[in-house]
Write a protein that binds this ligand. Structure first.
Ligand SMILES: Cc1cc2nc3c(=O)[nH]c(=O)nc-3n(C[C@H](O)[C@H](O)[C@H](O)COP(=O)(O)O)c2cc1C
Length: 346
């Protein structure tokens, strides 16, 4: 029903407007008691799906990638679609409007999206207030979903002061998320990706790790990287992870490449996600896994539109996977399809 009725209808409207409308719709359906119905349709519980990673127990290995629930408004409702974990954010210390609209574009012929949202978000404090009211941390209440906190810097903060922005978000979210993701890979905040260079990245991650170690119980910290890094840069990432001893990598964010794209909207600036990203994201996962000798866990994301795509990422070395564009194009049934394929396979 999603692909024959809901998607054609939704795709006839402006992508950003329909995103907000979908939020209201999902919230409405939950208010009138559909939460358990969604669960019974989409959720699978099976010990074969459980994964233990960085001290956390994931009920299943399929997560929602960052950027969908930027402000932690809908993670509980979304969890009823069967996700094992949901990443909120990217949040920044201060609220910011993001880039001018339009900034979100469908590339239907390519099953892809280009976005240049630019970390539009209500600021970390607002997200914390919501997380406090509706705790899911450590499976406290929902009992079925883990929450990641994806953190970034404000557009107005120069790179030299960026560490401070990440610390503010880290400290504010510490008690309310299960793991952290340091996002230095969005193409839509000017110069952000320069923080992926060896020296600034080591400093940033080491500072966060020092903070982390000063806590009674530390939380896992992961690094989210761009698919556009060279092999040499990926080797640097492996070295930085060994030095700072952070917990893992999320590979990958959106790409600035437009290779093999047909849609008219390919001329739009921003990060490309969806099917065309699949191959490169998998390559990055395989490279990191092989060259590091599986030294750290990898969360695989980028262009997963089918169970086969997800299995391929797992085979390439990912321990968990995340979806964004595939969730939009294929609908919530994709989560179940992937989980079923994993159960069947073992
Ligand atoms: C509209 C949109 C907004 C996004 N916002 C963020 C974000 O705020 N932070 C982030 O780390 N990734 C963000 N992403 C990237 C996704 O989390 C994911 O890494 C990427 O889209 C590749 O996965 P996919 O092909 O399944 O979409 C965004 C993606 C899209 C399409």
């Amino acid at each position: 029903m999603y692909k024959t009725i809901i998607r054609p209808l939704f795709f006839s409207f402006d992508p950003e407007k329909i995103h907000h409308f979908t939020f209201s719709l999902i919230r409405f359906f939950h208010k009138i008691g559909f939460g358990s119905i969604f669960q019974s349709i989409y959720k699978i519980e099976n010990p074969k799906l459980e994964r233990e990673l960085f001290g956390l127990k994931f009920p299943n290995p399929v997560g929602l990638a960052a950027g969908f629930d930027k402000n932690a408004k809908l993670y509980k409702e979304l969890s009823n679609f069967g996700f094992g974990f949901i990443e909120i954010g990217t949040v920044t210390p201060k609220p910011q409007p993001g880039n001018e609209k339009p900034r979100l574009f469908r590339l239907k012929e390519d099953s892809a999206i280009i976005n240049r949202m630019g970390f539009n978000n209500g600021g970390v404090e607002e997200a914390v207030e919501r997380l406090k009211k509706n705790p899911a941390t450590a499976l406290e209440k929902t009992k079925h979903v883990l929450i990641g906190g994806n953190i970034g810097k404000n557009k107005v903060t120069p790179n030299e002061e960026a560490v401070n922005d990440y610390i503010i978000c880290f400290e504010a979210l510490f008690d309310y998320v299960d793991y952290f993701v340091v996002n230095v890979s969005s193409p839509n905040t000017p110069n952000l990706r320069e923080l992926q260079e060896k020296k600034p990245l080591t400093d940033l991650l080491q500072t966060l790790q020092d903070r982390n170690h000063s806590k009674e119980k530390r939380k896992p910290i992961l690094l989210k990287i761009a698919p556009d890094l060279t092999d040499e840069q990926l080797l640097d990432i492996i070295e930085i992870i060994a030095t700072t001893k952070i917990d893992g990598v999320i590979a990958t964010n959106t790409t600035i490449s437009r290779e093999g794209i047909f849609s008219e909207n390919k001329k739009e600036m921003g990060g490309l996600s969806g099917k065309p990203l699949n191959k490169r994201a998998t390559e990055v996962i395989r490279f990191l896994s092989e060259k590091s000798n599986k030294a750290f866990p990898i969360i695989g994301v980028g262009g997963i539109h089918s169970a086969a795509d997800a299995l391929e990422k797992l085979d390439a070395g990912a321990s968990l996977v995340q979806l964004y564009t595939g969730f939009i194009y294929e609908g919530p049934g994709l989560i179940k399809e992937i989980n079923e394929a994993i159960v069947k396979r073992k």
